[in-house]
Design a protein around this ligand. Structure first.
Ligand SMILES: Cc1cc2nc3c(=O)[nH]c(=O)nc-3n(C[C@H](O)[C@H](O)[C@H](O)COP(=O)(O)OP(=O)(O)OC[C@H]3O[C@@H](n4cnc5c(N)ncnc54)[C@H](O)[C@@H]3O)c2cc1C
Length: 388
């Protein structure tokens, strides 16, 4: 007999009713509205503009924003569910929503003044897309070696420099830009600024032509004497490194969600295909070798999902999650690549051509091991935690 005096701890994968409803409604939307656009958006390397207002209407662009500012007042876990559900259909749409919620809104909620909240949060939940600009040509993994300069001039800062690889650069109207107010102070000079599209001296430059997540825009940003009022500093002057570290630690869980969504999408296609495709007089799903490959993929995915969900639950509970976030991103990006690769293999020649969906997912998977900290950098974080 079970001991009824012990209150049961829910399983890690168990979701509350509202979470199930939310996830399913986002996935239904993705199937209905995104699926017909996926191949064309990939081919043209552009997000379909008509999708953007629909994402706002769906309520996934301001998930953690309080209701008083027009948001859904939901949890970080809800953001993870949304990114996973969208990425199951298109990881490019997944990352657009991910950057909006887990980086931009997350940073604003934590570090923004009341005036900044009132100015930007209502817009971010209804029309405005955000971008997060840390990386530069010479500073990626070593992000705080950035050289974009913010020179103080009375009550403004004058920004000069270039950012590279900025997701949502094409669609965004609000940019969180990291620049240094004092290069000799090292990371203690780094400051986060809110820059609006259209600000004088600021331009969005070249859009990258990429291997994967091609519909997600990745752009250069150019600052030439761009004046930003002091009131647009996010957090404190010289505390930009904290803004960056803290948001990226959480954002990483969002990339884990993108990767498990992608892996689930690849597995969905694979399961359907191996039951349909016949060779040697039977479905290829009847071969034990194929069954075992699919079983291993499903097991990998379950493990990755547990890591992602656990990291997100820890974050929402206010418990430490640094190690878990690094582990979930490291592992889920490897799992996504493995499962997408298996999908290509099991589709045979059809897996290698663009008429079928899995070659795209194989290309899309690669980014998970690169952005928001490469796999080597995740291993560094984990090793530091474990070895001290
Ligand atoms: C599609 C895309 C979207 C992106 N979106 C954004 C965005 O929105 N905002 C933003 O700010 N940035 C963004 N980035 C930038 C991204 O975060 C960086 O590309 C990433 O951090 C790696 O930096 P890097 O490209 O300079 O590579 P590098 O840092 O030069 O790394 C090259 C290789 O060296 C390895 N390496 C480096 N240092 C170490 C070390 N100490 N130990 C072991 N190995 C090491 C890395 O693991 C990697 O394999 C994006 C990039 C891409 C491709």
């Amino acid at each position: 007999m079970p001991d009824t005096s012990i209150s049961p701890v829910p399983p890690l994968t168990s979701l509350a009713d509202d979470e199930v409803l939310f996830r399913d409604s986002v996935y239904d939307f993705a199937v209905r509205e995104v699926t017909p656009l996926v191949a064309e958006m990939d081919e043209h390397g552009a997000m379909a503009p008509e999708l953007l207002p629909k994402l706002f209407d769906l309520g996934v662009m301001g998930i953690e924003v309080p209701e008083s500012y027009g948001g859904a007042n939901a949890s970080f876990f809800h953001a993870v569910l949304a990114v996973e559900a969208l990425s199951r259909v298109d990881p490019s749409v997944g990352v657009l929503v991910d950057v909006q919620n887990t980086l931009v809104i997350n940073a604003l909620l934590r570090w923004g003044s009341e005036a900044i909240h009132a100015r930007y949060l209502p817009a971010l939940t209804t029309t405005t897309i955000g971008a997060y600009a840390l990386s530069e040509a010479g500073s990626g993994s070593d992000a705080f070696a950035l050289t974009t300069r913010a020179a103080e001039d009375g009550d403004t800062f004058v920004l000069n420099g270039r950012k590279l690889w900025i997701t949502n650069g094409n669609e965004a109207d609000l940019f969180i830009v990291f620049a240094t107010v004092n290069p000799s102070a090292g990371y203690r000079g780094i400051t986060a600024f809110l820059v609006e599209r259209g600000a004088g001296g600021f331009a969005v430059g070249k859009k990258e032509d990429k291997l994967g997540i091609r519909a997600s825009s990745t752009c250069e940003l150019l600052f030439e004497g761009c004046r930003v009022p002091r009131s647009q500093v996010l957090g404190e002057v010289g505390k930009g490194y904290k803004v960056a570290i803290e948001t990226l630690n959480e954002g990483r869980i969002g990339i884990g969600a993108q990767m498990i969504g992608l892996a689930q999408g690849a597995l969905d296609h694979t399961i359907r295909y191996v039951k349909e495709r016949r060779q040697f007089g039977k479905a290829i799903a009847d071969f034990q070798a194929v069954q075992h490959q699919v079983a291993r993929a499903a097991t990998d995915l379950e493990a990755a999902r547990l890591l992602v969900y656990n990291a997100a639950r820890l974050r929402d509970a206010g418990a430490p999650f640094l190690n878990e976030a690094a582990m979930c991103k490291l592992f889920s990006s490897e799992v996504a690549e493995r499962i997408a690769s298996l999908a290509v293999n099991l589709f045979g020649g059809y897996g290698f051509v663009k008429d079928y969906p899995v070659e795209k997912l194989y290309r899309d998977a690669k980014i998970g091991q690169i952005y928001e900290g490469t796999s080597n950098l995740q291993l560094e974080t984990i090793a530091k935690q474990i070895l001290g």
